[in-house]
Design a protein around this ligand. Structure first.
Ligand code: DON
Length: 562
């Protein structure tokens, strides 16, 4: 009887492993270039540009605009994002096209007269939007690295918007579920409400969006921040209680920043600096676990989970206090990404008992210096690599569709700390570092990342997922570097997440085997099962130079290449 149970248990473990560690043939491998995005059509647009002789940045720009059409929940003209770039010769850069608070924004703008947050205000409607950064970001990326004509990069998106594209089953379901909300907020504006019932394969046409994209094709950033598009955005603001003015739009600039660079066991990790917390937190997490024998312990073994969770708890506590827009707040980047500091902090961690989050406070530094988002990864035939994450924050952002211009506006203002101690949409806390100020960028968790080994490109990775972005990228990197997974396995593997507060481990359905879960619970860990976490897109360069691509099957995500 006992043997039967053991056999059953072993087959359960191997079955659940098999769901992601399965047929290697599902790994896509390409010789020249690879594009992994959240939508099959956007991936195809990227590959077409690469085949035409475009470089990774050309493909990224074309994909970005195509996603604004075929993936309206996140793909955006009305939001922003971050891009990390590594050229074939190892030149590194990162581009910040994150939204900014309008000039008229104030610290307490989402509080009522008693000082209590009015949550709805930072999430829905015109007041929730920051000044969009996408058009300026793509314009800046093109001016620095673009090689094909700008109009060629916009044309696929214009055609998709004007002629329509067949929606996926998942999109049909979402569009149908959101009809009522959109009708309330956008009685005329939302393209989604033109059909009462959507079915897989129906053509989704967005004529107004096609016109907006044409203006950007003709005039570059001015096609968005000035003239007709700007007039339409400002008119939309005035229909509600929005703050964005013509001046805010004209003043918006994307910023090139020095990426966060650090090491994990000889691998160079290149990621996004503040105003994203992603790069700083990712590096701190990797440094925190570096000295532990994770490979020996194994993927999601009892000790592996404990060490990763205790690292996450501490790193997210620091995130809440120390991270914000570096143009407004002195973020202690050097201290937070100091390997000795992170290792020392872990030296007090017990592997026998959970540390309650209430006992973990943000570090003190003296005199220091200074659900919905989408990610795509691209490598071109010369080995130039782009890792880009972009968002309007929540799925479908503020739900405000700019009437006449055909795109959704972000609700990114909710990523600010609306009031110290009040969690945002993702349960994240913040304080002074991330308080609202005019012209300031709200803190992000987006973590577009590139990894290099021995001077060569090794991996291009990133994901959406709000607060879980950092831990999903962290796990995917460990899946490759410690647990020898393929690119597809690394993104399919079930994930878990801890963010200091609330003090619990969130797990996907198949993450953490039941007996390990029991042992963790016995030692004071609280565990909650939730839905999918993130949608990671990963390209790994194999020793033979081939590009192995993993697209996250939690969505319609697709890898393509040639
Ligand atoms: O910038 C951030 O961290 C968030 N606005 C990202 C939101 C997100 O990933 C939602 N996706 N599921």
């Amino acid at each position: 009887m006992k043997t039967n149970w053991i056999i059953l248990f072993v087959s359960f473990i191997s079955l659940s492993c098999a769901t992601y560690r399965n047929n290697k043939s599902s790994n896509q491998e390409y010789k020249h270039g690879a594009v992994v995005t959240a939508h099959p059509i956007a991936s195809q647009v990227g590959v077409d540009i690469l085949k035409k002789g475009g470089n990774a940045i050309d493909a990224a720009i074309a994909v970005k605009f195509a996603l604004a059409v075929v993936y309206p929940n996140a793909g955006n003209l009305g939001g922003g994002g971050f891009m990390v770039y590594r050229s074939q010769s190892g030149e590194l850069s990162s581009l910040d096209f994150r939204e900014k608070a309008p000039a008229a924004a104030t610290r307490d703008m989402y509080l009522d007269t008693d000082g209590n947050p009015i949550i709805e205000l930072s999430l829905r409607g015109q007041l929730a939007s920051g000044v969009p950064g996408t058009a300026a970001g793509m314009d800046a990326a093109f001016k620095k690295y673009g090689s094909l004509p700008w109009t060629d990069l916009l044309q696929p998106a214009i055609d998709l918007a004007a002629k329509g594209f067949p929606i996926t089953a998942q999109q049909a379901k979402e569009f149908n579920e959101l009809q009522e909300d959109f009708k309330k907020l956008n009685p005329n504006g939302a393209a989604i409400i033109r059909e009462n019932i959507w079915r897989k394969g129906d053509l989704f046409k967005q004529e107004e969006l096609a016109q907006t994209l044409k203006r950007i094709a003709e005039k570059g950033r001015d096609g968005f921040y000035k003239g007709e598009t700007a007039d339409l955005i400002v008119a939309e603001m005035q229909r509600g209680n929005g703050l964005i003015t013509h001046q805010d739009l004209e003043n918006y600039q994307a910023v090139w920043r020095n990426p966060i660079v650090g090491y994990y066991k000889g691998h160079k990790v290149i990621s996004m600096p503040p105003p994203s917390s992603g790069g700083v937190a990712l590096l701190a997490l990797l440094q925190s676990v570096e000295k532990y024998p994770l490979r020996e312990w194994g993927f999601q073994s009892d000790s592996t989970v404990r060490v990763m969770v205790e690292a996450e708890r501490r790193v997210y506590a620091d995130r809440a206090t120390h991270l914000g827009d570096p143009d407004f707040y002195r973020v202690p980047v050097a201290q937070l990404t100091d390997s000795l500091f992170n290792q020392k902090r872990m030296s007090k961690v017990s592997l026998k008992k959970a540390t309650p989050s209430d006992e973990v406070k943000a570090s003190k530094f003296l005199g220091y210096e200074s659900e919905e988002t989408t990610h795509f990864s691209i490598v071109d035939k010369n080995g130039n690599a782009v890792s880009l994450t972009t968002t309007i924050n929540d799925s479908y952002g503020s739900y405000v569709w700019v009437d006449g211009a055909g795109f959704l506006l972000n609700n990114e203002m909710d990523d600010f700390s609306v009031k110290p101690g009040t969690p945002n949409l993702y349960g994240l806390l913040g304080g002074k570092a991330n308080a609202i100020e005019p012209g300031k960028r709200m803190l992000s968790a987006m973590t577009p990342t590139i990894i290099e080994k021995d001077g060569k490109l090794k991996m291009v990775v990133g994901t959406p997922g709000g607060s879980t972005i950092i831990t999903s990228v962290f796990q995917t990197i460990l899946n490759i570097l410690e647990f020898d997974m393929t690119a597809q396995e690394s993104v399919s593997a079930p994930r878990f997440h801890h963010q200091w507060k609330p003090d619990r481990i969130d797990v996907e359905a198949k993450a953490i085997d039941p007996h390990i879960r029991k042992s963790l619970e016995k030692d004071g860990y609280s565990i909650r099962q939730r839905g999918n976490m993130g949608r990671v897109e990963n390209i790994v360069v194999l020793p033979n130079g081939k590009l192995q691509a993993g697209a996250d099957h939690r969505g319609d995500d697709t890898a393509k290449g040639y």
